[in-house]
Write a protein that binds this ligand. Structure first.
Ligand SMILES: [Zn+2]
Length: 339
């Protein structure tokens, strides 16, 4: 990793140039996959075949995009085994379904120097690199370095629009795939300090026992808040994102966007909406989430417990394990300060 950091320092783009770009052939040839220690270990313990396999992996152009700055290092999940926690102070991991993610770009732009940002927005990458991701998270944890993970996965099968579809098989298949991937994510949760999870509020998956049981697995109080798309983006559409986190400040940061203040009928009609554009998180939303993570990191507010104002909700309390409050009506009865 040292060479990557060094390269970042010498070839850093201006901070305004945060758009992803294909890694240059120069950078590609300069790229080595592992720290020296790891390579030494490999040489001692491997058969010739393993060494050949390792060499192939080194030469494989696995990098989708990668760019560096003086502030942070951003990598794709496929590169995660190349990095060492010793080179960084913080870890931010996004597991999502939005390529060229706004959240990742915001983290890259706004977070402190020394943050490793890992982007895993291709669902197949999660499965393929899951073990490497887990090892990286464990290393950060062992080194007592703070980490944050955000999870948002493809949720089409639970969309309220699915009522229009008669294809029950496809719906069931999408749900199984969702639960399978979310299972991977929740096995990572014990290894991160801070995490958040998002699904559209009207998504049917919230009502699934399997999802609720997974969320409860964290054994920590779960805090929740909504973000109204019409308050976050120029497009006034009726879409609500629901966030859950193990840290109250992360969801509290969304409170000012939780209530629609549009005039009656101002929301765009269903048919006028470009739904592809709305799949991405609005920049304002990403700014809020990352600002709260930054503040928690900088002020070391890891054990912060809410004491009002009650601008978020207690979604699940391990003291009352049967009660999972995913609906907004129920949430209003459980202010965050009750935790
Ligand atoms: Zn509105």
């Amino acid at each position: 990793m040292k060479h990557l950091v060094a390269m970042g320092f010498h070839e850093a783009p201006e901070m305004s140039e945060v758009m992803p770009e294909k890694i240059s052939s120069k950078a590609q040839s300069a790229k080595k996959p592992k720290g020296e220690n790891k390579i030494q270990q490999q040489a001692v313990s491997s058969t010739e075949k393993d060494v050949a396999k390792e060499r192939d992996r080194i030469l494989m152009p696995a990098v989708v995009f990668s760019y560096f700055s003086k502030e942070c290092v951003l990598i794709e999940a496929c590169e995660i085994s190349n990095v060492s926690c010793h080179d960084f102070a913080y870890l931010v991991l996004e597991i999502g379904c939005e390529s060229s993610s706004h959240l990742t770009k915001t983290a890259f732009k706004d977070l402190k120097r020394g943050t490793l940002i890992v982007c895993c927005t291709e669902p197949s990458h999660l499965e393929e690199y899951w073990k490497d991701i887990k090892i990286c998270l464990q290393d950060f944890k062992k080194a007592m370095k703070p980490s944050y993970m955000h999870i948002s996965l493809p949720c089409t099968g639970g969309s309220s629009l699915q009522r229009l579809s008669k294809n029950e098989d496809l719906k069931a298949e999408s749900m199984q795939e969702f639960l399978r991937l979310i299972g991977f994510c929740f096995e990572l949760i014990p290894h991160v300090l801070l995490w958040s999870f998002e699904l559209p509020k009207r998504n049917q998956y919230w009502t699934r026992t399997e999802l609720q049981e997974l969320l409860k697995c964290s054994k920590q109080p779960l805090y929740s808040q909504f973000g109204q798309y019409c308050q976050l983006d120029a497009e006034p559409i009726s879409k609500i994102l629901q966030f859950v986190s193990n840290h109250p400040l992360i969801v509290q940061s969304l409170a000012c966007f939780s209530v629609c203040s549009c005039d009656d009928g101002r929301h765009k009609h269903f048919n006028e909406i470009n739904w592809t554009n709305t799949e991405r998180y609005p920049w304002k939303l990403c700014g809020c989430l990352i600002a709260s993570v930054k503040s928690i990191f900088e002020k070391e507010l890891y054990d912060f417990r809410p004491h009002g104002p009650d601008n978020a909700y207690l979604m699940w309390d391990p003291k009352h394990p049967e009660d999972f409050r995913f609906s907004r009506k129920r949430l209003a009865e459980f202010p965050i300060s009750a935790a």
